[in-house]
Ligand binder design. Structure first.
Ligand SMILES: Cc1cc2nc3c(=O)[nH]c(=O)nc-3n(C[C@H](O)[C@H](O)[C@H](O)COP(=O)(O)O)c2cc1C
Length: 401
């Protein structure tokens, strides 16, 4: 998720470092937006290092990127912790004289606020009226807790602990539970490339987006993922490379993919073959570039190992194996029939079947998939972004296990 964490000027700002750290560790993209006053408590260097993104308080930085609106519109979740009495009042009034205020007005994402202040400030009618206003607009208020305050006295006003803020925020954003926690998963993605000579190869149009989405969805839901990536489009692997629960390995050819996935699968509870593996390769790879002067060129092709069938043969007890099939089909009925036949031939527990064509399936951000299980029925289907399809795949796997 794209999470904005607003920080205002209270001592509890030091605890928000833990909130940001927990979110980053769980694979979320976190952007910290401090108020100017809060930088007296925790400075920019800490936020930038811990969130791994540049930090500013001002609407006048990065103007070309329209940062003042971009953060709010991109956010899936906004957290304000600590929320001072002043920042709560500004939120209630819709004041936008800093980057945090503008971001809060520009967003339609769930907003979760963790107030922190002295009890007298919290109890004041102005603060209570502001809290009531924010609640009536759907803002989630977490805390404050009752306890020891900075001045030595005690009462309601303490910011709740970081893990409580994270849990409340993820629940407000409807983040899926950690329902794949501790599961070990091997996923392949991308398109293999079979060399012809030092500069040419046989390849396919796979961008790697769907397989990477499957890996990210699993990791975001708590699984440990071994991702074997063949060729993928630029930038597609970026989030996976930084995810604390994803280990990325590269494999170029079908033979390399076969070896890498066999090794990864020995430890895996679930194996998902989303890579587009070349069916054929060139047995005699030329050491020198084949030249035009050579006239007509005939390429002999030999069949590659069927990686999926190999994995099914080596399956260990309790392991769930999922395949992907990209099919050209005239309509849904034909797609379904092809899917059912292919599921049986490959022997997988679940086959994700998607229709491909010149305009469909490859390189796009969206996908539409039928899931065929061992009862030879379409168990479920999904359409939408590749992440939506990936989450539906894991839901289907959980139903099987
Ligand atoms: C040491 C210190 C601690 C403070 N702690 C709080 C606090 O916990 N809650 C609060 O509402 N204000 C607190 N303040 C006052 C705010 O920093 C002040 O109201 C400021 O204007 C808030 O600005 P901001 O909301 O833009 O960050 C504190 C001030 C100081 C000097």
């Amino acid at each position: 998720m794209f999470v904005v964490v607003g920080v205002s000027g209270g001592i509890a700002a030091y605890k928000t470092v833990q909130v940001v750290r927990a979110l980053v560790t769980n694979g979320h993209e976190v952007h910290v937006v401090p108020t100017e006053n809060s930088l007296r408590f925790v400075g920019t260097a800490t936020w930038e290092a811990i969130s791994r993104h540049p930090v500013t308080t001002s609407v006048h930085d990065d103007v070309a990127e329209v940062r003042h609106v971009a953060l709010g519109t991109q956010a899936d979740l906004v957290i304000v912790a600590p929320a001072t009495a002043n920042t709560l009042a500004k939120m209630a009034a819709g004041i936008s004289d800093n980057l945090l205020g503008v971001t809060l007005l520009a967003t339609t994402a769930p907003v979760v606020v963790a107030p922190a202040m002295h009890t007298a400030m919290w109890d004041h009618a102005a603060t209570q009226a502001n809290i009531a206003t924010l609640r009536s607009r759907g803002v989630h208020i977490v805390g404050p807790a009752d306890g020891l305050l900075t001045g030595g006295d005690s009462g309601p006003g303490r910011m709740v602990e970081p893990d409580e803020i994270v849990a409340a925020a993820l629940a407000a954003a409807g983040a899926p539970a950690s329902d794949l926690a501790e599961l070990r998963v091997a996923v392949s993605t991308g398109g293999t490339r079979e060399p012809i000579d030092p500069v040419r190869f046989l390849g396919n149009r796979s961008s790697g987006k769907q397989g990477v989405a499957v890996a990210l969805a699993a990791a975001d839901r708590g699984a440990y993922v071994h991702l074997v990536a063949a060729h993928v489009d630029d930038g597609v692997l970026d989030r996976a490379l930084h995810h604390p629960r994803i280990a990325v390995e590269r494999a170029v050819t079908a033979v390399e993919m076969d070896a890498a996935m066999r090794a990864a699968s020995t430890e895996a509870d679930v194996v998902v073959m989303a890579a587009a593996v070349a069916d054929f390769s060139v047995p005699e790879v030329s050491d020198v570039k084949i030249r035009k002067e050579d006239g007509t060129v005939t390429l002999d092709l030999v069949e590659n190992p069927d990686v999926l069938i190999g994995l099914v043969r080596a399956r260990h007890p309790g392991q769930t194996i999922v395949g992907f099939a990209a099919e050209t089909a005239a309509d849904d009925a034909e797609l379904r029939e092809r899917g059912i036949r292919k599921r049986a031939r490959k022997g997988v527990d679940l086959l994700a079947v998607n229709r491909v064509g010149w305009q469909e399936g490859f390189e796009t951000a969206e996908n539409r998939v039928l899931f065929v299980d061992a009862t030879d029925e379409v168990a479920s289907q999904a359409s939408g972004t590749k992440r939506v399809v990936a989450d539906a795949l894991w839901d289907a796997v959980l139903r099987l296990r």
